[in-house]
Design a protein around this ligand. Sequence first.
Ligand code: PRT
Ligand code: ZN
Length: 285
Amino acid sequence: MKKLKIAIQKSGRLSEKSLELLQECNIKLTNGNRKLISVSSNFPIEILYLRDDDIPQCIYDGVADIGIVGENEFMERNYPLAIYQRLGFAKCRLSLAVPKTEMYSSLEYFQNKKIATSYPFILKSFLEKNKINAEIHQISGSVEISPSIGLSDAIFDIVSSGSTLISNGLKEVEKVMDSEALIIGKKDITAEKQTILNDLLFRIKAVQEAKSNKYILLNAPNANLQKIINIIPGMKSPTVMPLAEEGWCSLHSVVNEEKFWEIIGQLKNAGAQGILVVPIEKMII
Ligand code: PRT
Ligand code: ZN
């Protein structure tokens, strides 16, 4: 059987999470990571370890079928590839930043200014769209120091916590795009590989669903049962089982992590007791 070739970052901010995701999908890799290539013993997949910058082109050239990259890299390389799944990790944004002492009120500020960046394509498209005529100075690293050494007036770079900007005397003034890790791939994959990809995406979705939900067990007085069921409707409807103690039952259900604390308060007010919340390993809806 043919194997689906997936390119992931060899080492960096995406690599651990990418491998963790495959592990959570129960895909076992032989000869570990940090190699050039590894294969799976229980899934028809081959892993290629590359620099993130090279992943879009490798897919475009057919060296890999799919890959995990940051949205920033995907947009910058601008290859005609498909986004198969958003992965929700390595979140960051691409922003314009200027020295903190500068007065900034609008994008007009950048008119005839010099901006240093490692993302010239995204920046050029943004400036053109907003009719700003600025000079783009492309550099490959340490973009944040360029205003202080007189190389540029401003920068366009990845921001996460914002601490790199602060420690370089800069302030973020315009967010151009948000970014997260993506599964990208060729638009036209062979039927055989498409089947493997569908299986992989199915597993990834089950892992993601499980992460955003919790399994909840609680004891409820029969008199308040309906009220409690209304608070936690569950995937279909909650499981209700009688307790040995007369007038009480045990209720099992699934709740969304984000609503969790809000729901707990409502449940306690409705007389729920002995509330247990447990993580879910996989969830297929
Ligand atoms: O060696 P290789 O080319 O494979 O890796 P790389 O050095 O190009 O990339 P890497 O590993 O640094 O980042 C990979 C991807 O992670 C990026 O393309 C983004 O999609 C994503 N990501 C998420 C980040 C950050 N957060 C991040 N904070 N990439 C870089 N940074 C850097 C940024 O360049 C800046 O210098 O962190 C600094 C800003 O962080 P804060 O928290 O100080 O704001
Ligand atoms: Zn890179």
